[in-house]
Design a protein around this ligand. Structure first.
Ligand code: SF4
Length: 101
């Protein structure tokens, strides 16, 4: 039996995470990303093989980069939008411009 949340709960968690990113569309610095991953690596809910969180089901390499995301049990928190370095919307624009070249 899986020790992850049900598929339905994982879908709800993913939708919530997308909502967090829409509300706070920033990517954290490399330092913050590493701090978050370090906390996860010591957590009892960390799946080391898949690098996923068993509490929410999220893939941690993706989850930790977004400022609006947070640990579901409060081990690391949202970063307010004035702190992070890169706006996801600006990043999308830059990628679209690169695609046209
Ligand atoms: S997100 Fe939170 S609960 Fe999940 S592995 Fe990281 S520290 Fe643990």
């Amino acid at each position: 039996m899986s020790d992850y949340p049900s598929i339905g709960q994982q879908a709800k968690n993913l939708i919530q995470s997308v909502g967090n990113v829409v509300k706070n569309p920033y990517i954290v610095s490399d330092e913050v990303k590493q701090e978050r991953l370090n906390i996860c690596s010591l957590c009892e809910h960390h799946d080391y093989v898949m690098n996923r969180c068993r509490e929410c089901g999220c893939f941690l390499n993706a989850k930790v980069i977004f400022a609006g995301n947070s640990c579901p049990i409060g081990k690391w928190n949202v970063i307010e939008s004035d702190v992070p370095e890169i706006n996801v919307e600006e990043l999308d624009t830059e990628l679209m411009v690169e695609d046209r070249d």
